[in-house]
Design a protein. Structure first.
Length: 284
């Protein structure tokens, strides 16, 4: 393996047989090995019959490790980096090491293999021609809903990682922000208890409210329709009246109506004002 290089080695999500022969060979011959979780990597090396030194590279020390690998590159060494599972750099450490390699003028060589994002997407049954990977959403409800609102009109299948502790909350927020859409909870991909649970967002949210999922979770959600249907006038007026009856101010009701229906804000505001006037008009 001549010359310095950085190899980004994809490792199994759970099934050891998914490790490619090329990846196994690189774990054997690279001069220096870095891993997000050295314990997981050590078990993988043991399964391969290898006993090699490992250096950690996780979120808290990646900047320091990036400076360190620059010295390896200067000495002409090859460096292999692997995540705890899947492909390095996908919601995992790797970005800074790649930047260090580019700055040092050495090749960056992806070694493709397992990816939870792609496994969940292709197994979901939802459209695969365009997709958006959102990583982990914010933990707190307010920022999480704001992040989802920015994606509401995106006409692409959405893929997220989520903690099993927050799966039900996130599904509830998605149902509230996106409205009725198909979704899939992909669990324990490639492992013994792999599972794809498909259904409407509201249905899935209700299920996991009483049944906390176990293991690694990937959520896949249908994208927005490219030409969303605009609500009929009667539906808009009924919803505007309901919002006013709930105590929303005209401004807030109009903003919510526009958000929910897809009509322009000006049209929503005019509808709300008309409904408010009708409510306050004396009976004949």
């Amino acid at each position: 393996m001549p010359g310095a290089a950085l190899y980004l080695v994809a490792t199994p999500l759970g099934n050891l047989q998914d490790l490619s022969p090329r990846a196994a060979e690189l774990l054997r011959v690279a001069d220096v090995l870095y891993a997000e979780d050295t314990r997981t990597a050590a078990r993988l090396l043991s399964d391969l019959g290898l006993g090699r030194p490992l250096h950690s590279c996780f979120d808290a020390n990646e900047a320091q490790r990036a400076d360190e690998v620059a010295q390896h590159f200067a000495a002409g060494r090859t460096v292999a980096l692997c995540s705890e599972a899947g492909t390095p750099g996908v919601s995992d450490p790797g970005y800074r090491m790649v930047r260090a390699a580019i700055a040092a003028g050495v090749p960056v060589v992806p070694v493709p293999g397992p990816s939870a994002v792609l496994a969940a997407l292709v197994g979901s049954g939802l459209a695969t021609d365009r997709f958006y990977f959102g990583g982990f959403l914010p933990r707190k409800p307010g920022p999480r809903r704001e992040a989802l609102a920015q994606l509401k009109t995106l006409p692409a299948t959405l893929v997220f990682f989520e903690s099993p502790m927050r799966t039900a909350e996130t599904l509830h927020d998605m149902a509230e922000v996106f409205g009725p859409r198909e979704a899939v909870v992909a669990r324990e991909l490639t492992k013994t208890h792999e599972e794809f649970v498909r259904g409407a967002l509201e249905t899935l949210a209700a299920r996991y409210e009483n049944e906390r999922p176990l293991g690694e979770i990937t959520l896949v959600v249908a994208g927005a329709p490219e030409h969303p249907a605009v609500a009929a006038d009667a539906d808009l007026h009924a919803r505007a009246l309901a919002l006013l009856s709930e105590g929303h101010s005209p401004k807030d009701a109009a903003a919510r109506l526009a958000f929910e229906s897809g009509v322009p804000k000006r049209q929503a505001y005019a509808c709300v004002l008309a409904c408010q006037e009708a409510r306050t008009r004396p009976a004949p």
